[in-house]
Design a binder for this molecule. Structure first.
Ligand code: NIG
Ligand code: FE
Length: 424
């Protein structure tokens, strides 16, 4: 479809002015909007929008689709900047162990966890991995996700890490949503390197990073910097090698313990620091003192699933920092790629205002995966990747009535990937 006209929207939300890269601190509570609005998309891009009173004559024609969005909200599509969507199998047996009282660390100690996922992924054919991840992403698009970051990290060998990234590249080529990819070879120490930590880090810095950079297989690098996983010094080596090859860091830090990873991530100009469930005053200070430092990215559905603390959203906002939100979709800590649930948890558990949460999962999350020039707001020139809700009383109703499906239509580049009654 080459032209799409949305009329009579109850509100167009997230109409940030061109050039707004992200919002921080108290500005996060301002979600610009146009009440009773219209929006025109041509060839997949937003070309004009405004209030109904000022709508110009739009020439009719067979290429024009008109959607009457009376009573409905129109929002930028969700950008999910932290996922592990390519994996071989779910781990619901560990879920049952957790119900019986085992912790994430207990499960890893008895051979479960990341290494369990790696065993299965190594044995799986690339085509089967692709089919499984394709299915998950189709469901995520139906739930409103228009851009996704996908990490490797369940291969933990050169061959299997590259296999994961090739699967992600095929998904990017074949699906309409925007995909960015991250090399997370430093996710867990593979059993083969149990007695040679330094050798594994060297494999990442000297072989994998140069190769994925040369083949354009990854946009970013990541490290699970955590007690019993990788040290701050090991993370620094990976971040330095990533920077040398044009791959900025997006790192797992402060999920269970605070070991100085944030300060190091700031030093190495990481694009984002993700998780942040366990934060010491020095960690907050390191972030607050960084000028254009990493974007704090919170993953409340991981906290929900593991029953661990929630990230300190209010303290970050009070320090004039931006926040991005993501699902962390993975088989171990967050078996859900649903950004609508993230919206509810952000409001209920992180105490973010609905406006703050929507900015965090559109504009700021687009910035946390470097797609903010194209996505994250209803702005002329950006991709027409947007959500049309069912008739709802207000924005706050979306997170408030949690667990319900409030979306009617999802458009990616002006084309519906889900069309509801708004099309009738
Ligand atoms: O983001 N924390 C490290 N990585 C994932 C979990 C990986 C797994 O358990 O499979 C996370 O929570
Ligand atoms: Fe993660």
């Amino acid at each position: 479809m080459s032209r799409l006209l949305i009329t009579h929207a109850k509100a167009l939300l997230g109409t940030h002015t061109a050039g707004t890269d992200l919002v921080r601190g108290s500005r996060m509570a301002q979600l610009p909007l146009i009440e009773n609005g219209w929006l025109l998309a041509e060839k997949g891009r937003i070309t004009a929008l405004g209030p109904m009173d000022d709508m110009p004559e739009v020439p009719e024609g067979p290429d024009l689709t008109v959607i009457d969005a009376s009573g409905r909200l129109v929002l930028p599509g969700w950008c999910d900047p932290h996922t592990h969507t390519v994996f071989a199998a779910p781990r619901e047996e560990e879920f049952v162990d957790k119900i019986k009282g085992l912790s994430y660390q207990d499960i890893a100690a008895k051979g479960g966890g990341i290494v369990n996922s790696a065993r299965k992924l190594r044995a799986m054919h690339e085509d089967d991995l692709y089919e499984l991840a394709h299915h998950r992403l189709v469901e995520m698009m139906r739930l409103g996700t228009v851009a996704v970051e996908i990490k490797s990290g369940y291969g933990l060998t050169t061959e299997s890490e590259l296999k994961m990234l090739r699967v992600a590249r095929r998904l990017k080529e074949n699906l309409p949503l925007q995909v960015r990819t991250t090399l997370l070879a430093a996710h867990a120490l593979p059993p083969e390197f149990a007695n040679d930590r330094a050798g594994y880090i060297r494999l990442i810095t000297d072989t994998l990073i140069p190769q994925v950079a040369a083949e354009g297989l990854a946009d970013f690098v990541d490290v699970f910097c955590e007690t019993n996983y990788f040290t701050v010094a090991e993370m620094e080596a990976v971040l330095a090698a990533g920077n040398a090859h044009g791959l900025p860091g997006k790192v797992h830090v402060n999920q269970f313990t605070s070991i100085g990873a944030i300060e190091a991530a700031v030093k190495h100009r990481a694009l984002s620091v993700d998780h942040l469930e366990v934060m010491e005053p020095s960690d907050l200070q390191a972030l607050a003192h960084a000028t254009s430092g990493p974007i704090p990215t919170l993953l409340p559905s991981c906290s929900f699933f593991l029953r661990i603390p929630y990230g300190p959203a209010r303290q970050l906002i009070d320090r004039d920092l931006p926040i991005a939100l993501a699902t962390d979709f993975n088989p171990g800590t967050t078996p859900s790629g649903n950004m609508n649930l993230v919206l509810s948890l952000a409001c209920i558990q992180l105490r973010m205002l609905p406006e703050e949460a929507v900015n965090a999962m559109t504009l700021n999350s687009a910035a946390a995966m470097r797609v903010h020039d194209e996505l994250g707001s209803l702005t002329v020139g950006k991709r027409a990747s947007l959500l049309i809700t069912k008739p709802v009383p207000s924005l706050a109703f979306l997170p408030y009535a949690f667990g319900n499906d409030h979306l009617d239509t999802v458009l990616i580049d002006g084309t519906p990937v889900r069309s509801g009654t708004a099309f009738a």
